[in-house]
Ligand binder design. Structure first.
Ligand code: UN1
Length: 512
């Protein structure tokens, strides 16, 4: 495959056998179980890998620890220079990397370009951050004393990422971690290891220009839950950042928690949008369609529940059905298409099961849901995005189905809308469309949305990297990316310094 060759990921007669990357001077093939990588576009095989073995994961952890011991002593702005060069290389390779994302995870090229842009943006953010890893100075209650806090590098960080954002989620974590002085071991989804190897290849190329940087500051271990479990149980890894399903996140939290390590979880969303009578319907329509059908409904921020005031539901549904009936579905490499394939057959089956359960719960299929055959791409699983009108109590709408199903729920009064909105176990992203100031402010207030992201007149998906990203309840509580999420990757020390000639005790204690 020409694309894969150009990316300098390690190829052997078009079959990629490279599986565990241990830094540029220390490349190993995986010697664990075989892994076949297929493109969701047509089901064709695009890579044959071997996963990392237990011994290789052990080596990767040892190398990460050694790398950390060096990286932590390099001044943060120097670490930032490395990230700046890395970002420049991602900029240069943007198109090629986007094509690889599309090939391996099936999202349309525009969205893949957006994903690589997120990588570039977080690099820029991390470069700036490399001069802003600041703590506080705090007044002491004792004379001739000063208190302060410092943020120090934490240790090797394991990043476990999902198929749907095969580069950006790693970058949110890795760029901040490296600038903070932590080495990174990345276990990508076993559905998208080639994207990870391509990113690792860019790291390796950049490292050639930075011989003073520890060469194992970033490593990829390809593998499944077995590799994941090995990483999460290892006490040499103080932080595990995991993105994926709630089931996976609970396992990670238990394993890491049992050794009192830290986990940073970004798990399932079940994102809702309230549309009130005063909303600008055309604006809402555009936001709904991007959020509900973008990435074929496979973003953790995808819009799944549309909570609409009874008086405007028929009007909005009419507009939605018209738009949905013209959605171009097909090859995600083709710039005219807006809806690409689901990741695989299992995703298709789970979508069918959810639609069946919605029907049994009294849901009414408004449009879509059927499989779509694309000529020449018969091995891919393409679907027409579905809209189902359903009642707020149906069990199926309380869980996340990673597919383009939009449930529409009617409400009568605003407080009911909020309680429907919050009445699910997940709490990632949320939105309201309204021009009523009181409704907008209420939605953002303590009695409003209970999610980590709450937007006004914007859809649920497509967050910028500058804000902290993550959610509450079953979404796991972690915050990645912008704002002060960097603090996750560091340890805080509180320092009290005595510059006097006495030892006064705090709390006014006299001792002896
Ligand atoms: C994800 O789906 O795991 O807000 C991340 C968004 C993107 C990131 C999604 N910036 O939709």
């Amino acid at each position: 495959n020409q694309l894969i060759d150009q990316l300098d990921i390690y190829t052997d007669k078009n079959a990629i056998t490279m599986a565990a990357v241990m830094g540029s001077n220390n490349r190993h093939e995986g010697d664990g179980d075989p892994l076949t990588v297929r493109s969701p576009i047509d089901g064709s095989v695009i890579g044959q890998l071997k996963m990392a073995s237990e011994v290789q994961v052990e080596q990767a952890i040892a190398h990460a620890r050694e790398a950390f011991l060096v990286l932590r002593t390099i001044p943060a702005p120097k670490r930032g220079e490395f990230i700046r060069e890395l970002g420049n290389r991602f900029r240069k390779q943007k198109q090629l990397l986007a094509e690889l994302i599309t090939l391996e995870c099936g999202k349309i090229l525009q969205e893949s370009l957006g994903e690589v842009q997120e990588v570039i943006d977080i690099c820029d953010f991390a470069v700036g951050l490399s001069r802003q890893l600041h703590g506080l100075t705090i007044v002491s209650e004792r004379p001739d004393h000063r208190m302060m806090e410092q943020w120090l590098p934490l240790g090797p960080v394991a990043v476990i990422s999902a198929f749907n954002f095969p580069m950006a989620v790693w970058a949110w974590n890795a760029m901040l971690a490296i600038v903070c002085g932590d080495s990174v071991i990345w276990k990508p989804s076993e559905k998208t290891p080639l994207c990870a190897l391509a990113c690792q290849s860019i790291i390796d190329q950049t490292l050639k220009e930075f011989p003073e940087m520890p060469q194992a500051l970033s490593q990829v271990v390809v593998g499944d839950h077995v590799v994941g479990a090995q990483l999460t149980h290892d006490t040499r890894i103080p932080l595990v950042s995991a993105t994926g399903s709630v089931v996976m996140g609970k396992k990670v939290a238990q394993a890491v928690g049992s050794r009192l390590g830290r986990s940073l979880l970004e798990l399932g969303g079940n994102n809702g949008m309230i549309v009130t009578p005063s909303a600008d319907k055309e604006l809402a329509l555009r936001a709904i369609v991007f959020s509900a059908v973008g990435t074929c409904g496979q973003r953790c921020t995808s819009l799944r529940r549309l909570i609409v005031h009874d008086t405007i539901t028929d009007d909005l549904l009419g507009r939605l059905v018209t738009t949905y009936s013209h959605l171009p579905i097909g090859d995600p490499m083709d710039a005219t298409k807006l809806v690409g394939p689901l990741i695989d057959e299992q995703a298709f089956e789970l979508m069918q099961i959810a639609m069946q359960q919605a029907k049994q719960a009294g849901g009414k299929l408004i449009c879509g849901g059927e499989q779509v055959t694309i000529e020449g791409k018969e091995g891919g699983f393409y679907v027409a995005p579905a809209i189902i009108e359903i009642n707020a109590e149906a069990a199926v709408i309380k869980r996340e189905t990673f597919a383009p199903i939009l449930y529409v729920i009617r409400y009568q009064d605003f407080s009911q809308a909020i309680s429907i909105h919050n009445g699910v176990p997940q709490g990632l992203s949320s939105a309201i469309f309204t021009t009523d100031l009181q409704e907008a402010e209420l939605f953002l207030s303590v009695v409003g949305s209970d999610c980590g992201l709450a937007n006004v007149n914007i859809g649920t998906s497509g967050a910028e990297i500058g804000g902290a990203f993550g959610g509450e309840k079953e979404t796991g509580g972690g915050r990645e990316s912008g704002s002060d999420a960097w603090k996750n990757y560091m340890r805080r020390t509180t320092n009290t310094i005595n510059y006097g000639n006495d030892i006064p005790l705090a709390q006014g204690i006299t001792f002896g």
